[in-house]
Design a protein around this ligand. Structure first.
Ligand code: CUA
Length: 416
């Protein structure tokens, strides 16, 4: 086994310092990006590449003899192995952490709470990169360095116990886990802390739709959550039937919607844009489609929306049927009622208008406007044979306006 010359180590360390200064200057003055001190991300990869380049380029002119490794196969003592393994662990950690950072596992940060959460998440990724390197480098290095040589018929040395090692590998992980536990608790306290001037939004989940109410502003909004940028929001979340979970990935925070109790969640939207509420708790056949639109808007646009006036440039000229089509997606109808003839949870809407349907009580009914209206407002009144009662939420009489119900009916009529 060969040992790197002392010159290589010195050259590497000096080059690393130079590499860091160069890459820091690039990030600060050319790319104008924030220097992430805690990270071992792209900056470190650039620095190490620069370090290697410096050694290779300057080796001959400066007569460093960095690559003149001694060839004596027996010269390596165990500290030499540890030194090489240590350097390899640092290298593999940096490469792994850079890779994990670059694959963008998380969506855009759209709330102030996302910042500390992502910080802790990335710290975990870096620790994971280190643990990966620690295990893999030791194993692979040992496979290569201590492989059986031709003609070697001896057994390996027999070891029994190593108290110092066992103490170290108990204390170090314990300290790490406790430290990360502390970080997690501090982080949780930070992202759940009450804020001044909170906007209260009541969230009601039901199979398979979301409804939002702004009690202080006298506004309800089925299927669409509109929030002003920069104002802390206190969500009061509940459910009418089973357990759902309120989750907007871009906000990071998540809270269960549990029937009978109100759970709180605090989010301060920080980025104007369109997102989606996704139900994050398996709640039935429509779970995967249980979504609602989220719009984070400028405060002025929010005020205009609350007062019922559309912001300039956002008026729509949609026909009632087209409005109904949007509503069917936003309110959650589409999660249970297909428009292509397949039965998801409730009857498909394709060709249902004007058809004769048998009901669970044995009678038949012609699907007309009156029947559709009654089915939306009082879904348990007349159930089509083959379907069960109490599946459809019985809230649409309150959460939808007459105009919205008419739009839905027009939409269903258009599905021939
Ligand atoms: Cu509601 Cu899943």
């Amino acid at each position: 086994m060969r040992r790197p010359s002392g010159q290589l180590v010195k050259a590497f360390l000096v080059s690393l310092v130079i590499g860091y200064i160069i890459s820091w200057a690039i990030m600060e003055y050319v790319l104008k990006t924030e220097l992430r001190l805690y990270g071992v991300g792209n900056l470190s990869i650039v620095a190490i590449l620069v370090a290697f380049l410096v050694i290779v380029v300057l080796d001959t002119p400066l007569n460093l003899k960095a690559f003149d490794w001694p060839t004596d196969d027996t010269a390596m003592d165990s500290w030499g192995h540890f030194f090489i393994v240590g350097v390899l662990i640092i290298l593999v950690t940096v490469v792994m952490a850079g890779f994990l950072n670059s694959v963008n596992l998380l969506p855009v940060e759209a709330s102030t709470q996302a910042i500390p959460i992502d910080w802790l998440f990335n710290l975990h990724l870096e620790l994971i990169a280190f643990l990966f390197a620690l295990v893999v480098v030791f194993v692979v290095y040992s496979l290569v360095a201590f492989r059986r040589r031709p003609g070697d018929t001896e057994d390996g040395a027999y070891f029994h116990g190593n108290a110092a090692l066992e103490i170290v590998w108990t204390i170090v992980p314990l300290a790490l886990v406790l430290y990360f536990g502390y970080l997690g608790a501090a982080n949780l306290a930070e992202v759940t802390a009450p804020q001044p001037d909170e906007l209260i939004v009541k969230v009601t989940a039901a199979q398979f739709s979301w409804s939002f109410e702004y009690p202080d502003l006298n506004k309800t909004s089925p299927g669409e959550l509109v929030l002003p940028q920069g104002r802390p929001v206190l969500f009061q979340i509940t459910s009418l039937d089973v357990i759902h979970s309120f989750w907007v990935p871009e906000f990071r925070m998540k809270q269960d919607a549990v029937p009978g109790i109100i759970r709180e969640l605090r989010i301060t939207p920080s980025l104007v844009g369109e997102y989606k509420v996704r139900c994050a708790e398996l709640c039935g056949t429509g779970h995967a489609n249980m979504r609602a639109a989220v719009r984070v808007v400028e405060p002025a646009e929010f005020d205009a929306w609350i007062s019922g006036k559309a912001a300039p440039g956002t008026e729509t000229n949609l026909s009632p049927a087209e409005q109904g089509a949007q509503l069917a997606t936003n309110v959650g109808c589409a999660a249970c009622h297909s428009i292509d003839g397949t039965v998801i949870v409730g009857p498909s809407w394709l060709g249902i208008f004007g058809s004769e349907e048998s009901l669970t009580d044995g009678t038949t009914v012609t699907v007309d406007e009156a029947y559709l209206h009654d089915s939306i407002v009082n879904p348990n009144d007349q159930i089509v044979a083959g379907f069960a009662p109490n599946i459809m939420p019985q809230v649409f009489g309150q959460t939808l306006s007459d105009e919205q119900i008419n739009d839905l009916i027009e939409y269903i009529k258009s599905l021939k």
